[in-house]
Design a protein. Structure first.
Length: 277
């Protein structure tokens, strides 16, 4: 089958599956060479698959169908893909149990608020994002210590397994797909959602760190704004003002929370700006 692939590293295991199954990858749409696209670019380069870094437009998509492409597969691709009416199959991969959790970057929301909707859904691609008929789904259990990065790893493992199952019986799954019910749309998380409030409990602060993982959270420390990707903490009594620095050396900085402390490795923090006036 001739396939056009759209995606970044999050589900690059699906691109590898398509190559291993012997499908003809006509092109791969992804982002510029970066930490979020390097695996896709490497796989494409190794197997001499043409790469495209432009946002897909109608003329390009029509040309792919004329060239004999049977399937568009979108795997955590942020741009809207114009789907030609004559295309046989157009499939999107979404990391929730649709119809709940429509919207961009749902993993932090799963970890913060909606763990019951964790999973992966393969569905038909339509003009309305994440609303196409459901082809196959698999629920994923979220552990109490789950993080953005461990959940991403689970999805990386489970998604190609589900995709392989779909491709082995694609015509039947397409014909028997299920229309989505009402469900829920989740808003794109804001800068405030991603910002630590040191007045919160230690457990809530650590949950926020886990929910964003390698994406990082924003935190103000002594009048400066940092992006932080990892931390650990404990509950303990103290008489130090919340948000104040308990200790600071070349290795870590320790911050007081309302009921404990959080230790941040210096290697996991990046200074963004000085907030002092």
């Amino acid at each position: 089958m001739k396939i056009a692939y759209f995606g970044y590293n999050a589900f690059s295991s699906c691109l590898e599956l398509l190559v291993n199954l012997g499908h003809e990858l006509v092109c791969v749409y992804t982002g510029e060479d970066s930490a979020y696209a390097n695996r896709v670019i490497s796989c494409s380069t190794t197997h001499q698959i043409p790469l495209c870094f432009d946002k897909p437009d109608k003329a390009q998509m029509d040309a792919l169908v004329v060239a004999g492409v049977d399937l568009f597969l979108s795997a955590e691709y942020p741009w809207k893909i114009p789907v030609p009416s004559q295309l046989r199959f157009a499939i999107n991969i979404h990391p929730t149990m649709l119809p709940d959790g429509r919207g961009p970057t749902p993993l932090p929301s799963l970890l913060l608020t909606y763990p019951q909707h964790a999973g992966v859904t393969l569905h038909k691609m339509t003009a309305e994002l994440d609303e196409g008929d459901i082809l196959l789904q698999k629920r994923i259990y979220i552990d109490k210590s789950e993080s953005f990065d461990t959940l991403s790893a689970k999805l990386y493992i489970e998604t190609p397994i589900l995709l392989d199952k779909l491709l082995s019986n694609l015509n039947h799954c397409y014909k028997t797909s299920k229309r989505q019910e009402k469900g829920s749309n989740w808003h794109k998380l804001s800068h405030d959602d991603q910002t630590i409030n040191w007045n919160e409990s230690t457990s809530k602060v650590l949950k926020q760190f886990r929910a964003f993982g390698s994406l990082g959270v924003y935190a103000e420390i002594h009048g400066q704004l940092y992006l932080i990707t990892a931390a650990e903490g404990v509950i303990c009594e103290h008489n130090i003002k919340t948000g104040a620095i308990i200790s600071n050396d070349d290795i870590r900085i320790v911050i007081a929370t309302s009921d404990g402390l959080v230790s941040i490795p210096k290697s996991c923090s990046t200074l963004l700006s000085n907030l002092k006036k």
